[in-house]
Design a protein around this ligand. Structure first.
Ligand SMILES: O=c1ccn([C@@H]2O[C@H](COP(=O)(O)OP(=O)(O)O[C@H]3O[C@H](CO)[C@@H](O)[C@H](O)[C@H]3O)[C@@H](O)[C@H]2O)c(=O)[nH]1
Ligand SMILES: [Mn+2]
Length: 734
C-alpha cells in the first residue's frame, strides 16, 4: 500500500489569526459587560425607564456574546480534507466493497413532485458502484399511489438510463439535469441521446399527467400485478394518515438485468403503516422504519440517507465516502461521513440566504477538526452499526434479524422476508422498544438530523466532513420568503426542544464531548434565543432616538470605540468567513439580512409555538417545504425580488421594524440639525440607518412594486398601526 493514500487533511491557515482574534474579542465583550454593569450601578437618573433600557442592553449583549462564543468554537481548528477515490480500487478488490442501502424520503406528492423524487432515485441508482451491492429504499410518508406509479415508471426507465450513464461516463446522472444541459457528442451519440430523452419525456408526461389527475386511471394499469399494487391504496378509509403498510419490490437485483444484461440495484418502495392514534415521528420515524425494513431485506453495513430534493451530482461519491470508512488506519469510532448540502437554482445574490453557508459549510469544517461535523439529514453515509449504541457499548435491537451483523440469506421477495418487513413497518411496532431513544434516528426534536448526530457523537461516535470541489449533491432551497421563514421556524422549534431538554448541549454535550464540541452543538440550539437581542436592537434604540433619549456612549467617549470595534469586528469576521468559503460579498450581505429577519419573526413565532406545544394547546407538525413554484414567482425569484404576495402574520414584525427604523431615522435627522447634538445620538442614528439599509427590499415591496409578489395591503395596514402604537407608547413612557 505504502504511498497510496486514501485521504489527507490540512489545517486551515486562518487558525492562528482566529485564535488571537478570539482572545482580543473576548476581552472586548467582557469590557462591554463591565460597562453595562457599571452604568446600571452608577445610573445618574435612576428612572424606571433607564433601568429597563440598560438591563435590556445588558441581556442583549450577553446573549450576543454567548452567540459569538458558540460561533467562534468553529473557528478554532478548522481542517480541510481531500479524498483520493481513484486509489480505492488499487488498495482493495471491487468485489470486497461493502453493500450499501440508500434511503430516500418523500412525504407529499403535491409539495414534492414525484418526478423530482424519481430523479433523485435515478441519480443515486446510477452511482459508479457495483449495482448488485446497492439497494434503494423509497419511504413514502404521503402514502400515495402517485408516487408508486412514478417509481414503477422509473424502474422501467432505469434499465436504459443506468447502462447509458455508465457507457458514456456521464457526470450528471440526474436525468432532468442532464437533458437540460444540452448534451453534446458525435452524431451517433446524439441520436441515442435523443432517443433516451424522448423516453424520459414520455415518462415525465405520464407521471405528471397522473399527478395532475390525482389518481392512476385504469388506462395506465396494464397488468394484474399492478392492479393489485394500486388496489392497496383503494381500501375504504385509506388516507395518508391512516393506512396499512405497503411494500413493493420494483427491481429485484438478483433477477433483473438492464438492457445490456448487467446487474441493477434493488429498488423498493415502502409506505409504512400510519394510524391517527399512533405518533409517527415524522422523518425520524420514516427513517427508522426503513432501517428495520432494510435490515430484514438486505442489511447493508453502510446506509446513505437522502432527501427527495437532493440529486447526486457526482457518481464517485460513494467511493469518496469509502476512502474514509474503509481506511484500515482510520478511526474505529467513525460513525458517519457527511457531505454538505449544496443548492442549485439559487439566484445570483441568494436573496434568502438559501445557501446557509455557515450551517452547511463553515461550521462542519470547523467541527471536522474536533470530533466531526453534525448530521444534516441528507447526503450522509452512516455505518449501520452507529444506530445501535456507542462504539464500545452495543445496544442490541429486540429482534435478531434487526442486528447490524445479521446476515440475510433469503431473496428479498421471499414470502417470510416480505411478511417480516411488513411487520416491522407497523405503526405500533416501536412500542416498548428502544427505537428513537437508544436505537436508530432519535425522536423528540423537529430537527431529527441535528439531534441524531448530536446523540451519536455524545455516545462516542466520530464523523468526517467530506466536501469535494464538485458538489456531491445538489438540491432545492426554499424559493420564497414565507417558505424560508417556515423552514427557519420549524428548525427553531426543533432546536428549542433540544435547548430546553436535559440534553442541553452546553452542559450535556460539553460533558460527553468536551467544552468546544458542546459549544458547537449549542450554536444551533441557541439560534432561537438570538431573537431576543435582534428584536431589542431593532426597536429600542430607534424608539429612544425618536424621543431624543440617548442610550449609548457619546462619540467622544472611550466606550464608543469599544462599540465600534465590537460591531466592525463581528461583521468583518463574518464576511471574511463567507469569502473564505467561496461566497460573495452580496451573498454575505443578504445572509446577514436574513439573520435579522429570522430573529425578528420565525424565531419569535417558534417560541410561541414551542410554548403552546409544551402547554398542550397545540401539537407539533413537520411542515414540509414546498418544492414547486409557479412561473411568475420563479421569474421574480430570478430577478432577486423578495416575495411577499400573501398576507402572513410572520411578515408583520418585519414590516413593523422597517417602518419604525425609517421613521426614527427621518425624525432623527430633522431634529439633529436643530435641537439635538449628533455626538450623543450617533450610535442610535447609525443603528437606524443600518436598519433602513437592510429594510430596503421591504420598502420596495410596500410601496414601489406593482407585481404580485408585493406586500399585501392587510400586512401593510396592520404593520403601520403597530408601528404607530409603538411610537406613541414609547413617547408616553419616555
Ligand atoms: O413526515 C415527514 C416529513 C418530512 N419527510 C421528509 O424529510 C425531508 C426533508 O423535508 P423538507 O421539507 O425538504 O425540509 P428541509 O427543511 O428542507 O430539510 C432540512 O431539515 C430537516 C429537519 O427539519 C432535515 O430532515 C432535512 O434533512 C434537512 O435538509 C424530505 O425528503 C421529506 O420528504 C418525511 O419523510 N416525513
Ligand atoms: Mn429540503
Amino acid at each position: 500500500m505504502g504511498t497510496l493514500l486514501l485521504h489527507t487533511y490540512k489545517h486551515m491557515s486562518c487558525i492562528t489569526f482566529n485564535r488571537v482574534f478570539a482572545l482580543i474579542y473576548t476581552c472586548a465583550i467582557l469590557a462591554l459587560i463591565y460597562h453595562h454593569i457599571l452604568t446600571l450601578l452608577l445610573l445618574h437618573s435612576t428612572t424606571f425607564i433607564s433601568i429597563v433600557t440598560t438591563t435590556s442592553l445588558l441581556i442583549s449583549d450577553l446573549i450576543l456574546g454567548v452567540a459569538w462564543a458558540t460561533t467562534t468554537s468553529f473557528r478554532l481548528r478548522p481542517i480541510l480534507r481531500k479524498a483520493y477515490p481513484e486509489n480505492l480500487e488499487k488498495v482493495m478488490d471491487i468485489k470486497d466493497f461493502p453493500a450499501m442501502d440508500i434511503f430516500i424520503c418523500t412525504a407529499d406528492p403535491f409539495k414534492e413532485p414525484p418526478m423530482n423524487v424519481v430523479n433523485t432515485a435515478l441519480s443515486l441508482m446510477a452511482y459508479d458502484y457495483p449495482p448488485e451491492k446497492m439497494s434503494v429504499y423509497v419511504s413514502d410518508d404521503g402514502g400515495s399511489e402517485l408516487t408508486l406509479f412514478a417509481f414503477m415508471e422509473a424502474a422501467k426507465f432505469a434499465k436504459i438510463w443506468l447502462p447509458f450513464c455508465r457507457e458514456h461516463n456521464i457526470m450528471d446522472r440526474c436525468p432532468e439535469v442532464y437533458f437540460r444541459s444540452d448534451p453534446h457528442g458525435s452524431d451517433d451519440e446524439l441520436q441515442i441521446i435523443e432517443e433516451i430523452k424522448a423516453m424520459y419525456e414520455n415518462m415525465k408526461i405520464r407521471v405528471e399527467n397522473v399527478v395532475e389527475r390525482g389518481e392512476v386511471c385504469p388506462y395506465y394499469i396494464t397488468n394484474e400485478l399492478q392492479r393489485q399494487a394500486f388496489n392497496q391504496y383503494r381500501t375504504p378509509g385509506f388516507t395518508r394518515a391512516n393506512h396499512p403498510t405497503i411494500i413493493q419490490v420494483l427491481i429485484e437485483s438478483a433477477k433483473e438485468k438492464d438492457q445490456n444484461g448487467q446487474s441493477m440495484p434493488n429498488l423498493i418502495y415502502v409506505s409504512r403503516q400510519k394510524n391517527k392514534n399512533a405518533p409517527h415521528n415524522f422523518k425520524a420515524g420514516a427513517l427508522n422504519s426503513l432501517l428495520r425494513v432494510s435490515s430484514i431485506m438486505t442489511n447493508a453495513p453502510i446506509v446513505l440517507t437522502q432527501d427527495c430534493d437532493m440529486c447526486s451530482n457526482d457518481p464517485q461519491t460513494p467511493k469518496r465516502a469509502l476512502c474514509y470508512i474503509l481506511d484500515p488506519s482510520g478511526q474505529p469510532e467513525l460513525g458517519y461521513v457527511q457531505f454538505p448540502q449544496r443548492f442549485s437554482g439559487l439566484n445570483k445574490d441568494d436573496i434568502y440566504g438559501g445557501e446557509v453557508l455557515r450551517l452547511f459549510l463553515a461550521n462542519p469544517v470547523g467541527m471536522d477538526g474536533l470530533q466531526g461535523p453534525h448530521y444534516v439529514g441528507t447526503g450522509c453515509f452512516f455505518l449501520r452499526r452507529a444506530f445501535f449504541g456507542g462504539p464500545t457499548s452495543m445496544v442490541p435491537p429486540e429482534r435478531q434479524e434487526l442486528r447490524p451483523d445479521h446476515v440475510v440469506e433469503k431473496p428479498i421477495t421471499a414470502q417470510p422476508i416480505i411478511e417480516l418487513a411488513h411487520y416491522v413497518a407497523r405503526c405500533n411496532y416501536e412500542n416498548n422498544t428502544k427505537w428513537g431513544f437508544q436505537i436508530g434516528f432519535r425522536y423528540g426534536s423537529l430537527v431529527e438530523d441535528y439531534f441524531t448526530g448530536y446523540k451519536l457523537q455524545c455516545e462516542g461516535w466520530k464523523s468526517i466532513f467530506c466536501h469535494p470541489s464538485r458538489p456531491a449533491f445538489l438540491g432545492d432551497a426554499p424559493f420564497s420568503l414565507i417558505d424560508s421563514m417556515s423552514q427557519s421556524k420549524r428548525w427553531a422549534i426543533g432546536h428549542l426542544e433540544v435547548f430546553f431538554s436535559r440534553y442541553m448541549p452546553m452542559f450535556f454535550g460539553a460533558r460527553y464531548m468536551g467544552i468546544v464540541m458542546g459549544l458547537c452543538y449549542a450554536h444551533n440550539a441557541f439560534w432561537p434565543i438570538w431573537s431576543i437581542p435582534i428584536t431589542i436592537y431593532s426597536f429600542l434604540p430607534q424608539l429612544a432616538l425618536l424621543n431624543g433619549f440617548y442610550i449609548f456612549p457619546k462619540v467622544t467617549d472611550w466606550w464608543f470605540l469599544l462599540y465600534v470595534f465590537l460591531f466592525l469586528g463581528a461583521y468583518a469576521q463574518d464576511c471574511y468567513d463567507f469569502i473564505l468559503f467561496g461566497s460573495t460579498y452580496k451573498r454575505w450581505w443578504n445572509d446577514q439580512r436574513m439573520w435579522i429577519i429570522k430573529g425578528l419573526s420565525p424565531y419569535v413565532f417558534a417560541f410561541v409555538e414551542y410554548t403552546s406545544k409544551r402547554l398542550g394547546i397545540a401539537t407539533e407538525g413537520f411542515n414540509v417545504t414546498s418544492k414547486v413554484q409557479d412561473d411568475e414567482q420563479s421569474k421574480r425569484y430570478d430577478q432577486g425580488l423578495m416575495e411577499f404576495g400573501v398576507h402572513s402574520p410572520m411578515f408583520i414584525p418585519l414590516a413593523t421594524a422597517s417602518i419604525v427604523n425609517l421613521f426614527a431615522l427621518i425624525i432623527g435627522i430633522i431634529r439633529m440639525s436643530s435641537i439635538w447634538s449628533l455626538d450623543t445620538l450617533f450610535v442610535q442614528l447609525f443603528i437606524a440607518s443600518f436598519g433602513v439599509l437592510n429594510s430596503w427590499p421591504v420598502y420596495e415591496a410596500m410601496v414601489l412594486r406593482k407585481d404580485k409578489g408585493r406586500m399585501h395591503v392587510k400586512t401593510i395596514v396592520i404593520s403601520i398601526c403597530l408601528a404607530s402604537a409603538l411610537c406613541v407608547g414609547a413617547s408616553l413612557a419616555l
